[in-house]
Design a protein around this ligand. Structure first.
Ligand code: NAD
Length: 473
């Protein structure tokens, strides 16, 4: 339950005319080289860790205000989530940042007397843009990587979750080095103003449509981007799967944060012989998770705003499929019940776009072959894939279709463990983070060679005039 004593400042856009100065401060601070000092980075990470602890009540309250997110999810998937990333970075930073000496077989014997090494250098001043669904986690987990790597950073939270945006601003600007880290609040004009500045990397999490806008703009100045995008994620359930377990886990996968999760399944391809049993198990899981109905549960988040509520409702209104579970909606509360729709066409509204809500379709298939032929037509490179079946079947699914990451016999876990890299593939994302990947994504791996002077005895051959006698040209 959110703490009613917490006071969150009203949302304010950052004045557009100040944005150039914010970006310039980040660049100037980086040029001062202070962020290169490992001890400085560790201090910032420790400060962030303790700020997360101190601001936990404010964050829980803000998540309640913005998304009606329950306390358990707020702590588990946002505050403690980032604390885990932070602790992992603190404990491993020295190892990640250490210069790597290259030896045989990475360096051929001919060059083994030279010194080849890879220096881990921070990329510079970076911009981190976040979406609304995990408004704390998806900004601060990348920030952990940026701090660890030794970058300065400007953060742009989603304007759709204004309470979280203001808490993040307070955390960053009161607890971390103000010259190195700051927050710009606002929507499209503020993001555009930020994108007009020069960055050493842009780390964007959000929709594919906006990701494409960001990537195009960044390309104008050849600024590298990490894109963490969405997609239409499939789940596969075969006859040999443990149907009860699959139904319960997939039910959870669509109710966490009311399905507003980039990794949640959009549709489930189920063997037609077991589809009725699967639906019965789904309904049983629903009853178990929401004994008094989903609306009465304090654990189910609401849809972020009326626009997204209507987007999801339209998918339900336009479906030609049959609602087999849920279906209730209430605009006043921005409530959408966890809903499953039995569909038989890829053209159905439920299959056409990313649902990003607690609704999904069940698509009966005659064989696994049919499922594997249809799924790439829905989305060839989804962010996530969930496979339920026996070992041979799940191996076949993984080998037949790609995805950013995949879960065998579960939902989410490939992207839920703080030490394991997470990212998309193709149009569901470029690059990865979490664990060591968070450090790497903000790091320049600079190869340095050093040639001892005495080696000229052997290397003289490189100097002109060349001896052509051996070459029959
Ligand atoms: P969004 O793309 O609408 O917004 C993301 C950010 O971009 C926000 O900060 C927003 O202010 C800014 N923005 C929006 N429109 C813009 C424009 N025209 N020009 C410049 N900036 C703009 O995303 P959202 O609706 O907040 O989040 C949902 C999407 O994010 C879903 O598609 C979901 O799959 C994806 N997502 C991906 C991941 C991941 O890790 N891969 C995680 C969460 C969400």
């Amino acid at each position: 339950m959110a703490d009613s004593k917490v006071v969150i400042a009203p949302f304010e856009n950052t004045p557009l005319e100040t944005i150039a100065a914010v970006s310039s401060t980040a660049r100037t601070t980086f040029s001062s080289h202070k962020t290169k000092d490992l001890q400085w980075r560790l201090v910032q990470l420790r400060k962030l860790y303790w700020a997360l602890e101190d601001f936990k009540p404010a964050m829980v309250a803000a998540l309640d205000q913005d998304l009606h997110k329950g306390g358990f999810e707020a702590v588990f998937t946002e505050v403690d989530w980032v604390k885990n990333d932070c602790m992992f970075m603190i404990n491993n930073l020295e190892r990640f940042a250490k210069t790597e000496k290259l030896k045989s077989p990475d360096v051929p014997a001919t060059y083994s007397l030279m010194n080849f090494r890879i220096k881990k250098e921070p990329l510079g001043a970076v911009l981190i843009i976040g979406p609304y669904n995990f408004p704390i986690q998806l900004l601060l987990a990348p920030l952990v990587g940026a701090i660890g790597a030794g970058c300065t950073a400007v953060i742009k939270p989603s304007e759709l979750t204004p309470a979280c945006a203001m808490v993040i601003k307070e955390v960053i600007e009161t607890r971390l080095d103000r010259d190195a880290f700051s927050v710009v609040n606002g929507g499209i004009p503020e993001t555009n103003a930020l994108m007009n500045e020069k960055w050493d990397k842009v780390f964007f999490t959000g929709s594919a449509q906006v990701g494409s806008i960001i990537a195009k703009k960044a390309a104008e100045t050849l600024t590298p981007v990490c894109l963490e995008l969405g997609g239409k994620n499939p789940a596969f359930v075969t006859k040999k799967a443990n149907l009860e377990l699959a139904a319960r886990r997939l039910m959870w996968g669509k109710t966490l944060n009311a399905g507003q999760v980039c990794m949640s399944h959009n549709y489930v391809m189920v063997d037609k012989d077991v589809v009725d049993t699967f639906i019965d198990f789904l309904k049983a899981a629903y009853k178990e998770m929401f004994p008094n109905g989903a609306k009465a549960s304090k654990d189910l988040s609401r849809i972020v705003n009326a626009r997204h509520f209507h987007r999801i409702k339209k998918m339900l209104d336009e479906t030609k499929g049959k609602i087999v579970m849920g279906g209730e909606t209430d605009e006043a509360e921005l409530f959408i019940e966890p809903t499953a729709v039995l569909v038989d066409s890829l053209d159905d509204s439920m299959m056409q776009e990313e649902s990003f809500g607690p609704v999904f379709s069940i698509f009966p298939v005659s064989t696994l072959d049919q499922a594997l032929e249809l799924a790439p037509q829905v989305h060839r490179t989804p962010l996530a894939l969930m496979a339920f079946g026996d070992k041979a079947e799940t191996d076949r699914i993984l080998n037949s279709m790609t995805s950013g990451g995949a879960c065998v016999n579960d939902a989410y876990f490939h992207g839920a463990v703080h030490t394991v890299p997470f990212g998309g593939v193709g149009d569901s994302g470029w690059g990865a983070y979490r664990g060591k990947a968070s450090f790497d994504t903000f790091t320049h791996f600079r190869t340095v060679s050093e040639t001892p002077g005495w080696m000229d005895r052997f290397l003289r051959v490189r100097y002109m005039p060349y001896d052509w006698s051996e070459y029959k040209l």
